[in-house]
Design a protein around this ligand. Structure first.
Ligand SMILES: NC(=O)c1ccc[n+]([C@@H]2O[C@H](COP(=O)([O-])OP(=O)(O)OC[C@H]3O[C@@H](n4cnc5c(N)ncnc54)[C@H](OP(=O)(O)O)[C@@H]3O)[C@@H](O)[C@H]2O)c1
Length: 321
């Protein structure tokens, strides 16, 4: 089968698109034929081994697992001897990162708990775009942020995958939503439903007179306390990721009592039933950049890392039968 192989850390252009043996499902693993997969921040960090701290996770000198990729949508084609949750032919999808990686391949053997049944009305492409970004948005805004009807929300780093889901989820609460990203994404962000768009190169949102009930930061690039200046009284600031020193600053600030600052630790695939309900009601639509052929993974990982994508970058792998 074809797969994207990362033999050593380096630029995405070093990735190899090559033939490798098909995996065998063991124990509670299921073998999935991958129809679509998506590019994530992990992939950009993984293939380059940067920031270096990530090597503790991915492998000190070279990637422990040679195939990147952590989101997939596909069809079950085989079962390990102890797998019970799925049958051959089931359409499945999921964020597999809690159990392994390797979705940039035509097939993957993965623990059955990494997957859920794909609703029939959700395409494989949209499903691959969904579990990571939609749940980061949902768990940040609704589970942790306790979003209330009519609140004023600001999303920083809003032009990527998480922002595209977050604005739609916030709109189901009639929120007034401001998105911050580069000017190049403003038009697409307005089309996605943002009421206000701020170009971070021109305006510092924390130095305007606007105040927000909830700030969702998808790209924490500066001290969270600075961003929190734009909070209304009782407002909450929630980051999902960004520069490590900035995230550590937040943890210290919390230790010293700044309880309005939060970091979300994603629970993979938890709450997908809420996302299914939004899709079924027609209030959620995946914003897909692609799908591109798997062979283009290196190019698309570079586009993602350089921020020239909009929404979720999806790779089409094996066409559905
Ligand atoms: N909490 C968890 O458990 C967990 C798990 C996995 C991932 N994550 C995090 O989740 C985030 C992924 O979000 P995503 O998929 O939406 O990422 P994304 O698609 O890369 O979107 C991030 C956006 O931020 C913009 N941006 C860059 N610098 C900015 C700045 N200084 N101010 C405002 N915007 C800026 C980027 O555009 P330009 O580059 O064009 O500026 C891009 O559009 C990452 O931070 C990742 O680390 C969290």
């Amino acid at each position: 089968m074809k797969a994207i192989v990362c033999a050593r850390y380096g630029p995405p252009e070093d990735l190899q698109y090559q033939d490798i043996p098909e995996p065998l499902p063991r124990g509670r693993e299921v073998l999935v034929r991958v129809h679509a997969t998506a590019v994530n921040d992990y992939d950009w960090s993984w293939v380059r081994g940067k920031p270096a701290i990530y090597r503790l996770l991915f492998g000190l000198f070279k990637p422990r697992h040679p195939i990147p990729g952590m989101e997939l949508a596909g069809t079950v084609m085989g079962l390990g001897s102890k797998a019970t949750r799925f049958q051959v032919g089931d359409a499945v999808y999921g964020d597999i990162s809690a159990h392994g990686f390797g979705s940039f391949a035509e097939q993957v053997a993965i623990h059955e708990d990494a997957l859920v049944h794909k609703p029939a009305d959700l395409s494989f492409v949209d499903a691959a775009a969904t579990p990571h970004a939609a749940l980061l948005a949902y768990q940040a805004l609704v589970t942790l942020g306790k979003l209330q009807r009519g609140q004023r929300i600001l999303i920083n780093g809003a032009g990527g995958g998480v922002g595209s889901f977050a604005v739609q989820i916030a709109k189901t609460y009639d929120a007034e939503v401001t998105g911050v990203d580069s000017a190049a994404k403003a038009e697409s962000m307005r089309a996605q439903g943002f009421d206000h768009v701020i170009d971070y190169a021109q305006v510092d949102f924390a130095r305007t007179h606007e105040r927000y009930d909830l700030i969702l930061d998808c790209k924490t690039k500066r001290a969270p306390r600075d961003s929190a200046r734009a909070l209304a009284p009782d407002g909450q600031y929630i980051t999902i990721g960004g520069d490590l020193p900035r995230l550590l600053q937040l943890l210290f600030a919390r230790m010293f009592g700044e309880r309005q600052l939060h970091i979300l630790a994603l629970k993979s695939n938890v709450g997908l039933e809420h996302i299914h309900a939004l899709y079924a009601a027609g209030t959620l639509k995946a914003v897909v950049d692609g799908p591109y052929p798997l062979a283009q993974a290196a190019k698309q990982i570079r586009r993602f890392g350089e921020g020239s994508h909009v929404g979720k970058v999806v790779l089409g792998v094996v066409p559905e039968a």
